[in-house]
Design a protein around this ligand. Structure first.
Ligand code: CU
Length: 81
C-alpha cells in the first residue's frame, strides 16, 4: 500500500540542492516518488509500505543535508509535519 510521508530537510539553498536530495531519496528501496519544496524544505515521499525513516535520514546526511527532527519545522513556521 502506498504511503505518503512528509519530512523537512534543512540546508537546501537552490535547485541543485533539491535535485540532489530528491535523487538520494528516490534511490532508496520502496520509494516511488519524491517531491522537494525548496522554500519550505518540505520533502514529500511516496513509498510502497512504511517509509524507512532511518534510511532516508542517512541518505540525506550522505548527500550533505539534514532531516529536521519530527515536530520541529526546519525553515518555515507554518509547516505541519
Ligand atoms: Cu544548492
Amino acid at each position: 500500500m502506498a504511503t505518503t510521508t512528509i519530512i523537512t530537510v534543512t540546508g537546501m539553498t537552490c535547485g541543485h540542492c533539491t535535485s540532489t536530495v530528491g535523487n538520494a531519496i528516490d534511490a532508496l528501496d520502496g520509494v516511488e516518488d519524491v517531491a522537494v519544496d525548496l522554500d519550505s524544505g518540505a520533502v514529500t515521499i511516496r513509498s510502497d509500505g512504511e517509509l524507512n525513516r532511518d534510511a532516508v535520514s542517512k541518505a540525506v546526511a550522505d548527500a550533505g543535508y539534514a532531516v529536521a527532527p519530527e515536530g520541529e519545522p526546519g525553515l518555515g513556521d507554518n509547516l505541519l509535519i
